[in-house]
Design a protein around this ligand. Structure first.
Ligand code: SAM
Length: 280
């Protein structure tokens, strides 16, 4: 351990190049090697700061194999800075396997704090910041995305997601469907860049407003959703309750509960009880 090098985890800007720290620049100047996701992209970034260093490519597809090689280099005394394309490495970016292996091997890991889109967006959202959960990217497919949101239906902490231009409207449609049209959300777009926009409204209204002009969904974005602030009766998705109500007007409640349970994956007895408590 004593002769081994150090792995520095270094955050880089998420848009505004002035958001680099002095300590990050000092570490870049000191290290032997910079491990980066996209070496061309990071080469341009570092040349902006006048830094020229050997790079090592470490991305999602090769991290598991290459991490061993980097640990070996560290054990031989090489000092390495790990960066990602933007923001904090490991946060929806590579680095976790490398850090874990370093710690298992007794190699010192030193984190350098800096930009992170999730935290930066949260700070400007006006949504509760005392308790939150970061969920990274939602699944791309509707069914999986809705299932994920269903699991978060009762979550009372603020929810933070990364999202992309081409999926944001579909995602908001699913949020509306599963969490209800009234749930308050904030979309923080192009943070620290020229077209930075931070917009908050009920998910129903925000989705409509975004759909009116595709400039409103361009660029990089963080979606922040207010936690569930209502009590136990919000246990079921609003559309499941609606379905239960409609079907129970045509069929016995027991039958309606069984159908809705099948459709939405809830327990039929719980739905039946809900119907008894609320519909009569
Ligand atoms: N490690 C990064 C961090 O610390 O924020 C995140 C990497 S993740 C691969 C990239 C996602 O972060 C983007 O798709 C977007 O959701 C979000 N993001 C990155 N930069 C952003 C910015 N300037 N404004 C809004 N969201 C941003």
């Amino acid at each position: 351990m004593t002769n081994s090098g150090i792995l520095y985890i270094v955050a880089t800007p998420i848009g505004n190049l002035q958001d680099i720290t002095q300590r990050a620049l000092d570490i870049f100047a000191q290290v032997d090697l910079i491990a980066a996701e996209d070496t061309r992209h990071s080469g341009l970034l570092l040349s902006h700061y006048g830094i020229k260093k050997p790079f090592f490519a470490l991305h999602d597809h090769n991290e598991q194999q290459k991490a061993d090689l980097l640990v070996e280099k560290l054990q031989q005394g090489t000092t390495i800075a790990l960066i990602s394309d933007a923001g904090t490495p490991l946060i929806s970016d590579p680095g976790f396997h490398l850090v874990r292996k370093c710690r298992q091997a007794g190699v010192k890991v030193v984190p350098l704090p800096g930009a992170c889109a999730a935290i930066t967006a949260l700070c400007a959202s006006g949504i509760a910041s005392d308790r939150f959960c970061f969920e990274g990217f939602l699944p791309a497919k509707n069914k999986a995305r809705q299932d994920k949101l269903k699991n978060l239906l009762k979550e009372d902490r603020t929810l933070i997601f990364y999202e992309s231009t081409h999926r944001i409207l579909d995602t908001l449609a699913d949020v509306e469907l599963v969490l209800g049209a009234d749930r308050y959300v904030v979309l923080a777009r192009e943070i620290t860049k020229t077209w930075e926009t931070i917009s908050g409204d009920s998910v129903g209204n925000l989705r409509q407003w975004l759909a009116e002009d595709n400039n409103r969904t361009k660029g990089e974005m963080v979606l922040i959703i207010e936690g569930n602030t209502t009590q136990a009766e919000e246990e079921f998705a609003p559309q499941a309750i609606k379905a239960l109500q409609l079907i129970s007007q045509e069929l016995p409640l027991k039958k309606a509960a069984a159908i809705v349970a099948e459709l939405y994956g809830y327990k039929k007895n719980a739905l039946y009880q809900y119907g008894l408590d609320h519909f009569n």
